[in-house]
Design a protein around this ligand. Structure first.
Ligand code: NDP
Length: 268
C-alpha cells in the first residue's frame, strides 16, 4: 500500500502488548484493519513478538516503561514520526504482587501503583494531544475483577485496579467533551500462559466455583470486548466498566451449593 493510503489507516497503541492479553488485543486490531503499536518494557519479548507478527508496515514495536513519563513521551514521538496518528489507546500493561498487607513493602506497593495506575495516566497524557489532531478516538483501561471485589493478598493490586476504574470515569468526564471516549474492561481470571503455569488445581476449582459460566475467560474474549468498546458500535458508551468475567462480579454467596441444588432439582 502507498504511504498516503497507509497513513489514513487508524492506529491502536497497546501497552504491555508483547504477550498475553495485550498481544491478543493487538491481534484483534490487526484483524480489524488497524495499524498497531506495541509498547512493552520487555524488549526481548517485544522483538520476538514483532518478528512473529511479521507485518512491519502495520506493526511498530517500541520498548518503553509506562511508568516513566520521559520514556513514554519519546515512545509517542516515535509513533507520530512512524505512523502519524493515534486513534485508540489500550492501557493494558500491569503487574501483580500478591502478598498480605503486612508483608507488602512500600517499594512493592509503589511499583504496582506506578505501573497499573500512574502508567495509564502518563500514557493518556502523552497520547491525547495526538488523538485530538485526527479528531478524537477511544481509550480502554484494563482493570480487573480485583478492582471491583476485594480479596486476600491483593492490597496493592486490587487498590491499583480500583483506582484505574475511577481514573476511567475522571478521564471520560473530561475527554468526552473533546471526542475521546474512555472505558474500562475488568477481566475475571483469564487462561494466559502464566495462569496455566501458576494456578494450582485448588485455585482453579475455587474460581470455577465462583463463576456462573464455570470456567476461565480466554484472551480473545477480553480482546473482543476491548475491540467493541473502541468500535463505532459503542459510540455512545463512555465512562463505563465492563466486567468480562463470566458473571463473577454479579454473584453473591453460596453459588456452588445453590448450583448443586439447582442441578439436583433439574435432574428430578
Ligand atoms: P502479562 O504479564 O502476561 O503481560 C503484561 C506485559 O506487560 C508483559 O510483557 C510485561 O513485561 C509488560 N509490562 C509490565 N510492566 C510494564 C511497564 N511498566 N511498562 C510496559 N510494559 C510493562 O499480563 P496479562 O496478559 O496476564 O495481563 C494484562 C493485563 O490484564 C494486566 O493489566 C492485568 O492486570 C490484567 N488482568 C489479567 C488477568 C489474568 O488473568 N491474566 C485477570 C484480570 C486482569 P514483563 O513480563 O517484563 O513484566
Amino acid at each position: 500500500m502507498k504511504g498516503i493510503a497507509l497513513r489514513k489507516i487508524p492506529v491502536a497503541v497497546v501497552t504491555g502488548g508483547a504477550r498475553g492479553i495485550g498481544l491478543a488485543i493487538a491481534e484483534w486490531f490487526l484483524t480489524h484493519g488497524h495499524r498497531v503499536v506495541l509498547l512493552d518494557i520487555d524488549r526481548r519479548q517485544l522483538a520476538k513478538t514483532a518478528r512473529a507478527l511479521g507485518d512491519s508496515a502495520r506493526v511498530m514495536a517500541v520498548g518503553c516503561d509506562v511508568s516513566n513519563a520521559k520514556q513514554v513521551k519519546s515512545a509517542v514521538s516515535r509513533v507520530v514520526k512512524g505512523f502519524g496518528r493515534i486513534d485508540a489507546l489500550i492501557n493494558n500493561a500491569g503487574i501483580a504482587v500478591f502478598k498480605p498487607v503486612l508483608e507488602t513493602s512500600l517499594k512493592e506497593w509503589t511499583q504496582v501503583l506506578s505501573t497499573n495506575l500512574s502508567g495509564p495516566f502518563i500514557c493518556t497524557q502523552a497520547c491525547v494531544p495526538v488523538m485530538l489532531r485526527s479528531g478524537g478516538g477511544s481509550i480502554v483501561n484494563i482493570a480487573s475483577i480485583s478492582g471491583l471485589r476485594a480479596s486476600a493478598l491483593r492490597v496493592a493490586y486490587g487498590t491499583s485496579k480500583a483506582g484505574l476504574i475511577h481514573l476511567t470515569k475522571q478521564l471520560a468526564a473530561e475527554l468526552g467533551t473533546v471526542g475521546i471516549r474512555v472505558n474500562c474492561v475488568a477481566p475475571g481470571p483469564v487462561e494466559t500462559a502464566m495462569a496455566k503455569l501458576v494456578h494450582t488445581a485448588a485455585i482453579r476449582r475455587d474460581y470455577h466455583d465462583s463463576i456462573p459460566l464455570n470456567r476461565y475467560g480466554t484472551m480473545e474474549e477480553i480482546a473482543d470486548a476491548v475491540g467493541h468498546l473502541c468500535s463505532p458500535a459503542a459510540s455512545y458508551v463512555n465512562g463505563q466498566t465492563l466486567a468480562v468475567d463470566g458473571g463473577f462480579d454479579a454473584t453473591g454467596i453460596g453459588l456452588p451449593t445453590l448450583r448443586r441444588n439447582a442441578g439436583a432439582k433439574g435432574r428430578r
